[in-house]
Design a binder for this molecule. Structure first.
Ligand code: THU
Length: 143
C-alpha cells in the first residue's frame, strides 16, 4: 500500500516542486512544470521540464527528477509532487512519466494541488491508480 504521507510532508514536497519549477526551460510551450520526488530515506530530488527547439525532445519535469535522483544513487521513491504553471492547479503526470515513475516506486503516491477542491489543498493518488495494469519490471526475465 502507498506509504502514508503527512499533510506537512505533502505540502513541503509541493513547495519543493514549485521551487524547482522556477528553473523550467519551457520557451516553446510556456508551460513550466516542477516535480519533487521523495526518496525512501527522506531525501528530496527535484526536476523541471527541459524543452528543445526540436519539440519531440522535450523532457518532462518528472523524468528529469527521476534521472537526477538515479544519477545520485537513489532508486526508491515514496511520493512525487507535481506542479504546473499555476500553484494551485493540478498537473497530472503524462502517461510516459507514470511508467518511468513506476519503475522506481510502484507504491508511490502522486501529490497534486487540487485548485481548492479540498480543505487540504492537495490530493494524494496512488500511482497504481493512475497507471492500472502497468508494465512491471518483474515481467522481464520470465522467458
Ligand atoms: N510537462 C511536464 O513536464 N510534466 C507534466 O506532467 C505535463 C507536461 C511538460 C512537457 C512540456 O515541456 C510542457 O509541459 C507542455 O506539455
Amino acid at each position: 500500500a502507498p506509504s502514508p504521507l503527512s499533510p506537512d510532508q505533502a505540502r513541503a514536497l509541493l513547495a519543493r516542486a514549485r521551487e524547482a519549477r522556477a528553473h523550467a526551460y519551457a520557451p516553446y510551450s510556456d508551460f513550466p512544470v516542477g516535480a519533487a520526488l521523495l526518496a525512501a530515506d527522506g531525501t528530496v530530488f527535484t526536476g523541471c521540464n527541459v524543452e528543445n527547439a526540436s519539440y519531440g525532445l522535450c523532457n518532462c519535469a518528472e523524468r528529469v527528477a527521476v534521472g537526477t535522483a538515479v544519477a545520485q544513487g537513489s532508486r526508491a521513491f515514496t511520493a512525487v509532487a507535481v506542479v504546473g504553471p499555476e500553484d494551485d492547479m493540478p498537473c497530472a503526470p503524462c502517461g510516459a512519466c507514470r511508467q518511468v515513475l513506476y519503475e522506481f516506486g510502484p507504491e508511490m503516491v502522486v501529490i497534486s494541488p487540487d485548485d481548492g477542491a479540498t480543505e487540504a489543498g492537495y490530493t494524494a493518488t496512488p500511482l497504481k491508480a493512475l497507471l492500472p495494469g502497468a508494465f512491471d519490471p518483474s515481467r522481464l526475465g520470465r522467458r
